[in-house]
Write a protein that binds this ligand. Structure first.
Ligand SMILES: [Zn+2]
Ligand SMILES: [Zn+2]
Length: 228
């Protein structure tokens, strides 16, 4: 989360640890994130391959207390019900607007050959302005519709760090051709909610390498005007 040149950022970054576990046929970035002080952890977007996620939890030697979901697409939620059963922890997110996706996880999984997935409801729906916590870390919730109607992003000001799901990628933005997608809404979510948080915010996204909001503001063709 930092290049080590800024002592403030170093201190902040040391408050958390993270491990990315690629899951599902879509190589989705399931993220194990923990509070360094308490070793309490959250699994973000358990899209499948639950044994692999549990192995990462063991390797990191942390105690998972929550599951957070950025949005309802199969590659982000395929393992959520199974992981909740295995760990006996609550699922938080996404926004209620993605309920139609969580009600059809089984059909969606079947169309991609993913077996063992289940429909589920989270223990807590999230909305703009909510706060979620893990250990001593608190993250603000931003409702960022567009890629899906109920997409949310998690942001920690102290660590200059965000988890954005499929809203924004390194060099691209979320697809909006799936049912419920809205490209104009997506661009508004990015330009009116995420980018104003600051150029120095580092983020993890749902697929591929992360980036910073500043890097994307300047070089992302969907955001810098080069695509019109
Ligand atoms: Zn998605
Ligand atoms: Zn995805």
């Amino acid at each position: 989360m930092t290049n080590g040149s800024d002592s403030t950022a170093d201190t902040a970054a040391a408050k958390a640890g993270a491990m990315i576990v690629p899951v599902s046929p879509f190589q989705q970035n399931c993220t194990l994130l923990w509070c360094t002080a308490t070793r309490r952890a959250v699994v973000i977007d358990p899209g499948g391959d639950v044994p692999r996620i549990l192995a990462a939890v063991k390797q990191a030697d942390v105690t998972v207390e929550r599951i957070w979901i950025t949005h309802g697409h199969i590659d982000h939620v395929g393992g959520a019900a199974e992981l909740r059963d295995a760990l006996k922890v609550p699922i938080e997110g996404p926004h209620l607007a993605d309920k139609y996706l969580l009600d059809h996880v089984v059909e969606s999984g079947a169309s991609f050959g993913m077996s063992g997935v289940r429909n589920f409801a989270p223990d807590r729906w999230l909305a703009e302005g909510d706060t979620v916590t893990v250990g001593e870390l608190a993250f603000d919730v931003y409702h960022c519709p567009g890629h899906s109607p109920g997409s949310v992003a998690f942001f920690n000001r102290d660590m200059l760090f965000a988890v954005v799901g499929d809203v924004l990628f390194n060099g691209s933005v979320g697809r909006t051709d799936l049912p419920g997608g809205d490209h104009a809404a997506l661009i508004r979510s990015i330009t009116e909610k995420l980018l104003p948080l600051g150029d120095d915010i580092a983020f993890i996204c749902g697929h591929g390498p992360g980036s910073t909001f500043g890097q994307e503001r300047i070089s992302n063709p969907f955001l810098n005007g080069s695509l019109g």
